[in-house]
Design a protein around this ligand. Structure first.
Ligand SMILES: [Fe+2]
Ligand SMILES: [Fe+2]
Length: 159
């Protein structure tokens, strides 16, 4: 597959964004007692895991690089695998922010910020792509994150 600097940049940014979202949800779930919301957050974490694997697949196929392999090895495990040390190091500031969250509403508000950032990133990426295959991947992810934004807005309205 032909790729540009831009495609590479957005693939890397997308992968980082998905990893952050995954770490956020798997940490945030520890703060939630409400079973319905827990199950929503599990679904979100699973979606982000899938998005990571999609983007990592595109990346390693395109660039022939091992860069994200340590993360992929963990993320390919079934369920919601723990990211442990690898991510504890790279996601320190995110984890510190999660520790500050007190209520269900705090969790949902932070989720909304992350989802909107992801939506903007993938929308921008899709618009920047000249390669139709990459464009399709980013369009698909943008639509998914749009759904996440709406889901969280509904949860917030009921919180
Ligand atoms: Fe995602
Ligand atoms: Fe998302």
């Amino acid at each position: 597959m032909k790729f540009t600097e831009d495609a590479l940049k957005f693939l890397n940014m997308g992968i980082e964004s998905e990893l952050s979202a995954y770490v956020f949800y798997t940490e945030a779930i520890k703060l939630i007692d409400d079973p319905a919301l827990r199950s929503t957050i599990e679904t979100l974490a699973n979606d982000e895991k899938g998005h990571f694997l999609t983007l990592e697949g595109e990346y390693s196929e395109t660039v022939n690089s091992e860069m994200w392999v340590p993360y992929r090895d963990i993320m390919e495990k079934p369920g919601l695998p723990k990211m442990d040390e690898v991510l504890q190091e790279t996601h320190k500031s995110l984890l510190a922010r999660v520790k500050m969250l007190k209520t269900k509403k705090d969790v949902l508000n932070m989720a909304l910020v992350l989802e909107k950032e992801a939506l903007n990133l993938f929308t921008e990426a899709a618009a920047a792509m000249t390669n139709p295959d990459f464009k399709k991947v980013f369009d698909h992810l943008a639509a998914f994150e749009q759904g996440h934004v709406q889901l969280i807005e509904r949860e917030l309205a009921n919180a």
